[in-house]
Design a protein around this ligand. Structure first.
Ligand SMILES: C[S@@+](CC[C@H](N)C(=O)[O-])C[C@H]1O[C@@H](n2cnc3c(N)ncnc32)[C@H](O)[C@@H]1O
Ligand code: SF4
Length: 414
């Protein structure tokens, strides 16, 4: 969620927000994202904004991981000034999500210190969800206990697969047996647990995917995300595929894998609530991710992080050295911003809300597409959306619709 495209207008150095951000503010909740742009090594498929120690260098101008928490805390204090000047009311944070990169590359004490700065600045709403992503091979029980004691409530592990050959293709550093150890440590620390899986690594068979799903279910987590592997341009994986060293993911096999995931997860008592996400019960859904899908307000702290308040969104400079320098100079670390008009906001809501199990109000589609009735009737005839929900004015995806969600959105937007 921290990535963004470099379009838009320049952000003023003061970071000042337009007056439109306060419209209807009482109808929106408030959230924080913290981007930690460090990884021990880069996995071949990943194009997240993250850097290894070697990439960040050691000489003058190098970015120190040790001092990084202080820079983030500087952005938190900067954000407080921007929010007050915009006339936004003080709101407690309903969730905070530490993502990366690998947040757990930093000592637990640094993550807790950043969280405390957010808590002191904004306050934390009762029952708030405070998550960190973690790589299964760089946390132990002591580390996770320290996070729990410091206010964290949830950890999301990058499991990806349970099959050694698939982990090797993905260039993951952890062994399959690290995952149960990390998950039981998190449970002992009273943290809720989510695991991320990836399906479609080159050469992965349906049986191997079944084995990964079985292993993930066996862990008895609260929540599972299953992502179709995206071959991102510029990654080592993309180069290996274009040189013919690895086969390209097969679309039909990907669809079979999604169907298998939904069937096995449903059997095991998980319910889908977003195309790539399943939870054991409604209260174990990721409230933080729901805030993105429902276009709430959040500030994204850290290099490359993006933010959204009341229809204005902006994104920070990507390189940690540029980020640190801007904060040291007391200017906004934002690279650019966009003030979305009503039409674009409606389109974004369609794109995001359709992926969730509560679906989308048909009126939203009618507002942007004069041909909405015909497109919706065709989607019902094709088995992409539920007829009963449509009768009640909502567009809700069927299993087939979830598989073809991107194409359906294009049709709905007209
Ligand atoms: C920032 S990483 C998670 C934390 C930690 N860095 C790790 O990998 O263990 C977030 C998640 O994005 C997913 N992801 C990253 N690159 C992807 C890609 N190219 N295609 C699909 N999913 C991807 C992975 O499932 C990963 O767990
Ligand atoms: S550990 Fe996570 S963030 Fe880092 S390179 Fe691998 S998938 Fe990307």
């Amino acid at each position: 969620m921290a990535q963004s495209i470099d379009l838009g207008e320049a952000m003023p150095p003061s970071g000042a927000l337009p007056s439109s951000v306060i419209e209807d503010v009482e109808s929106r909740s408030w959230h924080g994202y913290v981007h930690i742009p460090f990884c021990r090594v880069r996995c071949g498929y990943c194009d997240f904004n993250t850097y290894t120690a070697a990439e960040l260098g050691t000489g003058d101008g190098a970015v120190s991981q040790t001092a990084f928490a202080d820079r983030l805390i500087a952005e938190i204090s900067f954000s407080q000034g921007v929010i007050e000047k915009a006339g936004l009311p003080k709101r407690e944070l309903g969730s905070v999500f530490f993502g990366g990169g690998t947040p757990t590359q930093l000592p637990a004490g640094d993550l807790v210190r950043i969280f405390e700065a957010l808590s002191d600045t904004f306050g934390i709403a009762p029952g708030a969800e405070i998550t960190t992503e973690a790589n299964p091979d760089n946390v132990d029980e002591e580390y996770l206990q320290e996070l729990r004691a410091g206010g964290f409530t949830r950890v999301s592990f990058g499991m990806q697969s349970a099959v050694p050959e698939v982990l090797a293709t993905l260039e993951r550093t952890h062994k399959p047996e690290n995952v149960p150890t990390a998950v039981s440590a998190a449970k002992s620390a009273a943290l809720a647990v989510s695991v991320d899986l990836i399906y479609g690594a080159p050469g992965e068979t349906l049986e191997q995917w079944r084995e990964s799903l079985r292993a993930a279910i066996e862990l008895d987590p609260d929540h599972i995300s299953a992502y179709s592997l995206i071959v991102e341009e510029g990654t080592k994986l993309a180069r290996q595929i274009s040189r013919g060293q690895l086969p390209e993911p097969d679309e039909d096999l990907q669809a079979d894998k999604y169907e298998l995931a939904d069937a096995m997860l449903t059997d095991a008592g998980f319910a889908w609530y977003e195309v790539s996400n399943w939870a054991k019960s409604a209260d174990r859904r990721s409230r933080h991710n729901l805030s993105y899908w429902q276009s709430q307000d959040w500030w994204g702290y850290g290099p490359g992080a993006h933010s959204h308040i009341g229809g204005t969104r902006w994104w920070n400079v990507k390189h940690p050295a540029a980020y640190v320098q801007r904060l040291a100079e007391g200017v906004s670390p934002a690279h650019s911003r966009e003030v979305l008009d009503r039409a674009v906001r409606a389109q974004e809501r369609i794109l995001l809300e359709i992926r969730t199990d509560s679906g989308l109000d048909i009126e939203l589609v009618k507002a942007v597409n004069p041909d909405a009735n015909r497109v919706i009737a065709a989607a019902i005839a094709d088995g992409l959306i539920e007829p009963a929900a449509a009768l009640h004015g909502r567009i809700r995806l069927t299993l087939k619709g979830r598989l073809l969600a991107d194409a359906l959105v294009r049709d709905l937007l007209g």
